[in-house]
Design a binder for this molecule. Structure first.
Ligand code: AMP
Ligand code: FE
Ligand code: FE
Ligand code: ZN
Length: 284
């Protein structure tokens, strides 16, 4: 089982990197990518845990890069197998992480304006050391304070992208993120491509721009893509020689997504791995 998209508590997942590796080993996953939002800070702990085990599971270093198009649509690009020491890519991720703090202050001010008593310190309590701050941590803080029952409830009521409380943060354009990932020797896969514009057909132009920037794959098998969307995406991938991936987008207890609930076919993974400029899979 090959799962190319998972989160730890270095972003908005709830398992530590060590705990995620243990869980993946218990579930006999063969290839696991760790793709925290805008950060690779969990990879070292994952490597130490894997090398300390007796398993031959393959670990794929990665990150999920938050991006925004010209017209403000949020797009997530998975970077896999890039050089973790690449300064340009790490700098863009650091800028995004930094900007997420001011952005959170703005969301909190809007919520306080609506009578919700919530402070930055409440949100930071929900965060592991050095983790990428995001709306899920705010959701956890609001649940803890008794305003809501679950992350999902907070998102569907007040934290979704069209909410009046929504504020965006600095992020690169999708084609810029792809170019950075490629320059760092990695491969770029667009995550859950239709999640933010459900029901709309693929905007061929936007996608074509991503292909020109060097896109390597499309995450087709994901709970946010319905059957007809998956068919369209497969068609587009075949026409553009892109790999087709499937993955869980596991977030521990933060989302319903189960580890390896969707997986990538071995030949599609091989296609992707062959497109990185060095062998960066970690295996004992
Ligand atoms: P942010 O990066 O701060 O804009 O927050 C976006 C993150 O919120 C995404 O990475 C999702 O994993 C998470 N998210 C979005 N909707 C939900 C939901 N309904 N339940 C739990 N997490 C969600
Ligand atoms: Fe997330
Ligand atoms: Fe995502
Ligand atoms: Zn994700």
């Amino acid at each position: 089982m090959i799962d190319l998209h998972t989160h730890t508590n270095i972003s908005d997942g709830t398992d530590s990197p060590a705990a995620l590796i243990q869980k993946a080993l218990a579930e006999k996953i063969s290839v696991l990518a760790i793709t925290d939002h805008d950060s690779t800070a969990g990879i070292n702990e994952a490597i130490v845990t894997l090398l300390g085990s007796t398993s031959n599971m393959k670990l794929v270093p990665g990150a999920e890069i938050s991006c925004q198009t010209e017209n403000g649509t949020s797009v997530h690009i998975l970077g896999l197998l890039f050089d973790l020491a690449n300064t340009e890519l790490q700098t863009v991720m650091a800028n995004t992480r930094e900007n997420r703090i001011g952005r959170m202050e703005k969301i909190l001010a809007r919520l306080r304006g609506a009578g919700i008593q919530i402070e930055m310190s409440d949100v930071l309590e929900q965060l592991a050391d050095g983790a990428t701050l995001g709306r899920p941590h705010l959701a956890d803080a609001l649940v803890k304070k008794g305003y809501f029952n679950s992350r999902d409830e907070v998102f569907s009521q007040i934290l979704h992208n069209r909410s009046k409380y929504y504020v965006s943060h600095y992020s690169p354009k999708p084609h810029e993120a792809i170019a950075l990932i490629k320059q760092a020797g990695g491969v770029a896969v667009i995550a859950h491509p239709l999640a933010d514009r459900r029901g709309q057909v693929i905007d061929e132009l936007d996608f074509q721009q991503l292909v020109s920037a060097g896109l390597d794959g499309i995450e087709v098998f994901h709970r946010d893509n319905n059957q007809s969307e998956q068919e369209q995406l497969i068609d587009f991938a075949r026409k553009n020689q892109l790999a087709v991936t499937g993955s869980s987008d596991y977030h521990g207890n933060g989302k319903l997504n189960k580890l390896a609930e969707f997986v990538t076919a071995p030949e599609e993974w091989e296609k992707l791995e062959a497109r990185a400029n060095a062998r960066r899979v970690i295996q004992r």
